[in-house]
Design a protein around this ligand. Structure first.
Ligand SMILES: Nc1ncnc2c1ncn2[C@@H]1O[C@H](COP(=O)(O)OP(=O)(O)OP(=O)(O)O)[C@@H](O)[C@H]1O
Ligand SMILES: O=C(O)[C@H](O)[C@@H](O)[C@H](O)[C@H](O)CO
Length: 182
């Protein structure tokens, strides 16, 4: 299964994604690592990406998602996935394998976070363009991005019905049923 934590810059995708992945015992995948260097340079220079800029990034991320789905790997992905068409594209090969979780919050909160974040290429000057591009998902899990990361991760687990602990025992099947954990 693939959980994609989505939202604008500063919503906490990386912070909450790492916490959620640790809680679940899943691998965390940082979507920013899939940007070509020219995209990072553009964002660092204060220019928002275009749809065309995002195409190679989304293609690379989709390949990572497809690989996880094909091998039953459980991963948490941090990816802004701002537009409906990006989300459709990312899950197209196996929609049942992918769940989106939207980190929702106020512009003031995200701005404050970005202004105090150190050592990241994305500045607070990009937040407005992110909010303008954002097309909120319909029918996907939405969580409040304001509480501490561990509380948000717990909220996500509760809303997705995901296992509470990484080592939750698989129920034993009656001897001879031949059914394993089903
Ligand atoms: N729930 C939270 N409570 C307090 N601080 C948070 C929370 N979530 C994130 N932060 C802080 O806000 C800043 C932005 O968080 P983070 O980098 O995780 O956001 P992001 O959505 O991944 O941003 P980007 O898209 O720019 O990579 C970081 O400095 C982080 O420590
Ligand atoms: O689609 C986009 O505009 C970009 O992917 C951004 O969302 C950044 O990757 C991220 O927010 C910075 O860390």
């Amino acid at each position: 299964m693939v959980i994609v934590l989505m939202g604008v810059s500063g919503s906490g995708k990386t912070t909450v994604g790492k916490q959620l992945a640790a809680d679940l015992g899943w691998k965390f995948v940082e979507g920013d690592d899939y940007h070509p260097p020219e995209n990072v340079a553009k964002m660092a220079g204060g220019t928002p990406l275009t749809d065309a800029d995002r195409r190679p990034w989304l293609k690379a991320l989709r390949q990572r998602i497809d690989a996880a789905c094909a091998t039953d790997e459980n991963i948490v992905v941090a990816c802004s996935a701002l537009k409906h068409e990006y989300r459709d594209y990312l899950e197209r090969d196996d929609p049942a394998c992918v769940r989106y979780v939207y980190l929702h919050g106020s512009e003031a909160l995200f701005r404050e976070r970005l202004e105090s974040r150190k050592g990241h290429f994305m500045g607070a000057n990009m937040l407005r363009s992110q909010l303008e591009a954002m097309e909120p998902p319909v029918g996907e899990v939405t969580v409040d991005a304001a509480p501490p990361p561990d509380r948000i991760a717990a909220d996500i687990r509760a809303k997705l019905g995901a296992p509470a602990t990484p080592s939750a025992p698989v129920p034993a099947s009656p001897a001879g049923s031949g059914c394993g954990p089903c």
